[in-house]
Design a protein around this ligand. Structure first.
Ligand SMILES: N[C@@H](CS(=O)O)C(=O)O
Ligand SMILES: [Fe+2]
Length: 240
């Protein structure tokens, strides 16, 4: 009876009083958090990724499902670039696609083939190695740096009818992690290489439409401007 009286005389909310909780939080948390060893603190980066690689691939597929891909003209490359910019590189997302053939300059790993619309690849670049000067088979190419550094030299497309001459450089840009670059044949040709002497670089590439894989593309001789057709760009298929 006495106990019931005591209990009933205590407001049930008293120990959960919000002011008390605020007080406890404000005056005890700052004292507790700094003494936790760093190894005990969770790595929040991987707990709530805002926009992961699956989200990016989903959004690219959703967009290309309703718009274009068959013709590169009806694709809004700015929208696709903005999606690539939104994604922040996280190796936990792309490690599953990572394969590096050290005998090659770079390895093209398939992430997703969207039939007749696009392909999405993970490229792994060996230190000091790069691609030859090439075109993009009348497609949009969006390249996002996921790790390391890539140097991109853009060249003016030569007029094949004119006399042979060295390719003219339009720009030379160093891209670092999370940068997004864009090229199409309207802009020019390019070559990309990894300037590091000891670190691999990794990049995500979106090609729409997937003309280089479906038909082929051209590589160019930098000194003469001469083009050479390469049928069907190959990639390492996804692991089962
Ligand atoms: N377009 C090249 C890579 S890069 O040099 O942009 C490829 O897909 O092999
Ligand atoms: Fe390229």
């Amino acid at each position: 009876m006495i106990l019931r009286h005591i209990l009933s005389s205590c407001p049930p909310v008293s120990i959960f009083n919000s002011k008390l909780l605020a007080f406890l939080f404000l005056f005890t948390m700052p004292a507790v958090v700094p003494i936790l060893p760093p190894s005990v603190l969770p790595d929040y980066r991987h707990y709530t990724p805002e926009y992961n690689l699956d989200d990016l691939v989903r959004d690219i597929k959703a967009y290309l499902g309703t718009s274009g891909g068959i013709s590169s003209a009806d694709v809004d490359n700015e929208y696709l670039i903005s999606l690539a910019q939104k994604y922040i590189s996280d190796p936990n997302d792309w490690a599953q696609y990572f394969y590096n053939d050290t005998s090659k300059n770079y390895t093209r790993n398939a992430i997703e083939n969207i039939n007749q619309k696009a392909n999405i690849l993970l490229l792994v670049w060996n230190p000091g190695k790069g691609s030859p000067v090439h075109d993009h088979a009348n497609a949009h190419c969006i390249m996002k740096i996921l790790a390391g550094t890539l140097q991109e030299t853009v060249y003016r497309i030569p007029d094949q009818a004119s006399e042979r001459a060295p390719l003219e450089i339009k720009s030379d840009t160093r891209h670092t992690m999370n940068d997004v670059a864009y090229i199409s044949d309207d802009i020019g040709l390019h070559r990309v290489y990894n300037p590091s002497s000891d670190q691999v670089a990794v990049s995500l590439h979106l090609y729409t439409p997937p003309n280089a894989a479906d038909y082929g593309y051209n590589v160019y001789n930098e000194a003469t401007g001469k083009a050479c057709f390469v049928p069907q760009a190959k990639s390492v298929p996804q692991k089962e």
